[in-house]
Design a protein around this ligand. Structure first.
Ligand code: NAD
Length: 248
């Protein structure tokens, strides 16, 4: 198994890409601390994965709640003595052209997609530094590199995630620590986040994508798995596009 016994936190684990990842990590023997706001979906995930080799531990947690994150990290450290991996996957959209974007929608997206990644990492990384190793995966987007009409807030966060990834890849390897930090930039993926996209837009997008289809959540989970596992031991500070060639 590729993650046997590894303790890994995944945020946004109840749905879409996070859920596919929690399941996959569990198949590969990991102890997955599955964090999300949606307790019901987290519980169904734990139920669905109970016969797999690893374990899914559901935790209701907002990545915006610094006190709760601090308490969770202390609890994991007490119980397992280490945190091998962190996948900062939770994300939301609140789309509008800038003229119509409310300050509330700007703040909401920044708080979850950007500050949430900062919050989780700030509390988890001291544990990784203490143990001398770890792997962090941050979820960006093709939108963070190329922009997208109607997504000023979302694009700003996803671009920010790339900047934090590169900064941390340098910062977390000081004094011999072997903490790798990489980002994944998904393209257009079939999840609840994209389920309301009109059929016409989907057709248009699929025409533009060289592989001529939307991606599956599992295809992003495969890359998270590779980056959290030791198979990617010489990769850090990278942004891996998983987009069917969309941004070529
Ligand atoms: P999704 O909506 O299916 O899942 C996101 C999950 O994050 C949900 O379960 C939600 O409850 C959770 N979440 C939201 N706010 C949270 C908070 N404050 N604390 C903890 N959890 C919270 O979406 P998805 O498509 O699986 O998205 C996963 C990640 O991939 C996101 O960061 C998203 O921006 C990114 N992404 C998705 C696509 C796509 O096409 N679906 C493309 C590029 C990037």
């Amino acid at each position: 198994m590729r993650l046997e016994g590894k303790v890994v936190i995944i945020t946004g684990a109840a749905s879409g890409i996070g859920r596919a990842s929690a399941r996959k990590f569990c198949e590969e023997g990991a102890i997955v601390i599955a964090c999300d706001l949606n307790e019901e979906l987290l519980n169904s995930l734990a139920e669905e994965t109970k016969d797999l080799p690893g374990e899914v531990i559901p935790k209701r947690l907002s990545v915006t709640d610094r006190e709760a994150i601090k308490a969770l990290v202390a609890e994991i450290k007490d119980k397992y003595g280490r945190i091998d991996g962190l996948v900062n996957n939770a994300g939301i959209t609140r789309d509008a052209l800038i003229q119509k974007m409310s300050e509330e929608d700007w703040d909401a997206v920044i708080n979850v997609n950007l500050k949430g990644v900062f919050n989780m990492t700030q509390f988890v990384v001291p544990v990784m530094i203490g143990q001398g190793y770890g792997s962090i995966v941050n979820t960006s987007s093709v939108v963070g590199v190329y922009g997208n009409i109607g997504q000023t807030n979302y694009a700003a966060t996803k671009g920010g995630v790339i900047a934090m990834t590169k900064t941390w890849a340098k910062e977390f390897t000081r004094r011999g620590a072997k903490i790798r930090v990489n980002a994944v930039a998904p393209g257009f993926i079939k999840t609840p986040m994209t389920e309301k996209v009109p059929e016409k837009v989907i057709k248009m997008m699929e025409e533009k994508i060289p592989l001529k289809r939307m991606g599956e959540a599992e295809e992003i989970a495969n890359v998270y798995l590779f980056l959290i596992s030791d198979e990617s031991s010489y990769i850090t500070g990278q942004v891996i596009g998983v987009d069917g060639g969309l941004v070529l």
